[in-house]
Design a protein around this ligand. Structure first.
Ligand SMILES: Nc1nc2c(ncn2[C@@H]2O[C@H](COP(=O)(O)OP(=O)(O)OP(=O)(O)O)[C@@H](O)[C@H]2O)c(=O)[nH]1
Ligand SMILES: [Mg+2]
Length: 536
């Protein structure tokens, strides 16, 4: 349990105190008796920027697209021709395997914005085989990089190889007429270029179609329907869909009766998978506050973010994610490592960073779609811990905190109602029930993704939380701060009902950290509180 204890004098004194250990004035890094002091070398106006000094980081936490594994290259029909061998044996090479689709969750990626740009990701086709027994080259692979905390779910798939395997299992080629059947089978073969249609072998003289097969990589792909929860950083990519294998060259069809086969097979068509990606975890810390409370300024003070800051409500219109790097480089918070610090993945490495999500401000009745509404509360739900950002200069701080909790509580109640309604719906849907035809002809839509059950996320009201009291540099904020601190201490002890109105809402570890975002003072304390909470 982490608890912040302050001996109050003046909020500005408190800030000064915390600033001593992490001075933000200009200077050079010093090391004294094992204590590191660091300084922001950049212009102080970074924390109080001009209205037009900002970057918009595109943020997307849901996307839907199709991946198409590479199709195999065709086999080749060719014969050896040399000076003294005018009519040699068949030597057509096999087609190359299609490219694979890989996925990797990486820490450096914080949003799905790059993936949302395309509706389809297609790996390269395998090259066709060539004469002289030259096999085709493998198609180009595709690597999809996603943020840690992405959930991947299959919406539907079309896998021609699986369809063929099923047909082989049932020992029937197709339900169609005899002509359809010939047409379908003939379509799998390639003929010697010089052959006219009338010279092509009929169904009886065609060689047996080789059994459907998959590349050796296919065994590494997850089973259908795919559901992956990538909640750890991955050092290596993971296979999502293996490319289809190439067709056979004509030597495969040579036999005693047909020493000069004039056929090869076409490469298999790569499977298509429609998938929905959703970020389950957006950041380690989610900032919750009223508009104009100083959330974006705080994000700027703690990270390299250039989130938009302005003295008006709803400056921020979409989430910004900032990464706080825990090292002693200039301009970044230094974390002394006094606590046992573990990486998110729990792999025992020291924690080197955490992420903060700055979201648009929420106002009273946001759950009824007031202000920017509900949608952004969705992002709070996806943070590991919550930081309630309270403006000490904007009226009763306790009232502000209670108002924010009321919204969060209402949101949680609404979510529970929605998920109950969902579980009572009857859904007749099976990703595997697919006909022979390609169901992706019109692409896939968000509507189809909506048929997937909602992700199960831990209730917001049970997340660890603390309060950041901003603008403590302004005069006459002390009383407000003391009242707030007293209130949170009593709330933590369980002296009264939780303001969210939810009986099981979390109280443990709640504390208040006074800061001045605009001066970058007091933010080191936040780093300590956050790392402590994340490590629990
Ligand atoms: N004096 C003082 N002013 C601050 C502090 N933090 C933020 N401000 C000012 O408060 C105003 C609002 O800051 P923002 O960071 O844009 O607030 P926000 O919470 O992100 O606002 P929205 O994006 O609209 O929700 C700006 O004019 C900031 O310069 C602080 O610690 N002290
Ligand atoms: Mg903002």
């Amino acid at each position: 349990m982490s608890r912040c204890v302050f001996q109050p004098r003046d909020t500005r004194d408190l800030l000064h105190e915390s600033a001593v250990s992490s001075s933000y004035t200009s200077g050079v890094e010093r090391q004294e008796q094992g204590h590191v002091t660091f300084h922001i070398a950049s212009d102080p106006s970074r924390l109080n920027p001009a209205p037009d000094d900002y970057n918009i980081t595109p943020f997307v936490d849901k996307c839907v697209f199709t991946v198409q594994a590479g199709s195999g290259g065709h086999g080749c029909v060719s014969f050896l021709r040399e000076k003294y061998i005018p009519d040699g044996p068949p030597n057509g090479g096999d087609g190359g395997t299609g490219g694979h689709i890989f996925i990797q969750a990486v820490r450096s990626c914080t949003s799905l914005n790059k993936l949302v740009k395309k509706r389809e990701y297609a790996a390269g086709r395998g090259q066709h085989g060539q004469g002289g027994a030259k096999g085709g080259k493998k198609g180009e692979d595709i690597l999809l990089e996603v943020p840690v905390g992405t959930v991947i779910r299959e919406i539907k798939r079309w896998d021609p190889v699986q369809i063929q395997m099923d047909v082989e299992k049932q020992n029937k080629i197709s339900k169609g007429t005899q002509e359809d059947l010939v047409e379908k089978l003939i379509d799998r073969f390639l003929f010697y270029p010089g052959l006219k249609a009338s010279q092509r072998p009929g169904l009886d003289s065609l060689p047996r179609l080789p059994l459907a097969r998959r590349s050796s990589m296919a065994a590494l792909a997850p089973q259908s329907p795919i559901r992956l929860d990538l909640d750890e950083h991955m050092d290596k990519p993971m296979l999502l869909a293996a490319g289809a294998i190439g067709g056979y060259g004509n030597p495969h069809f040579a036999g005693r009766d047909t020493p000069k086969p004039k056929v090869a097979t076409k490469g298999d068509t790569g499977m298509r998978i429609g998938m929905a990606l959703e970020l389950k975890l957006v950041a380690d810390v989610g900032l919750v506050g009223l508009p104009n409370a100083g959330k974006s300024t705080l994000l700027r003070a703690m990270s390299n973010s250039r989130a938009r800051v302005g003295n008006w409500a709803f400056t921020t219109l979409q989430p910004n994610i900032g990464t706080v790097v825990l090292d002693n480089y200039k301009g970044r918070p230094w974390y002394s490592g006094r606590l046992s610090i573990k990486d998110l993945s729990g792999n025992g490495e020291p924690r080197t960073r955490f992420t903060i999500a700055d979201i648009p401000g929420i106002i009273e009745d946001a759950h009824l779609n007031k202000g920017l509404g509900l949608d952004f509360l969705r992002h709070i739900e996806r943070a590991q811990t919550l930081a309630f950002v309270i403006d000490l200069s904007a009226g009763d701080a306790v009232e502000q905190l209670n108002g924010l909790w009321r919204e969060v509580g209402e949101y949680q109640t609404m979510k529970e109602r929605e998920s109950m309604e969902y579980s009572q719906r009857i859904i007749q849907w099976n990703p595997l029930e697919e006909a022979d035809t390609d169901p992706f002809l019109d692409g896939i839509s968000y509507k189809e993704a909506e048929q997937l059950p909602p992700l199960l996320l831990p209730p917001i009201t049970r997340k660890p939380w603390f309060v950041v009291a901003t603008k403590a540099d302004l005069p006459e904020t002390q009383d407000n701060f003391l009242k707030l601190r007293d209130y949170v201490t009593r709330l933590e002890k369980g002296e009264f009902d939780h303001p969210s109105g939810r009986p099981k809402a979390r109280r443990e570890g709640a504390c208040v950290v006074p800061i001045s975002g605009i001066k970058g003072e007091g933010v080191d304390r936040i780093v300590e509180v956050v790392v402590n909470m994340l490590d629990q």
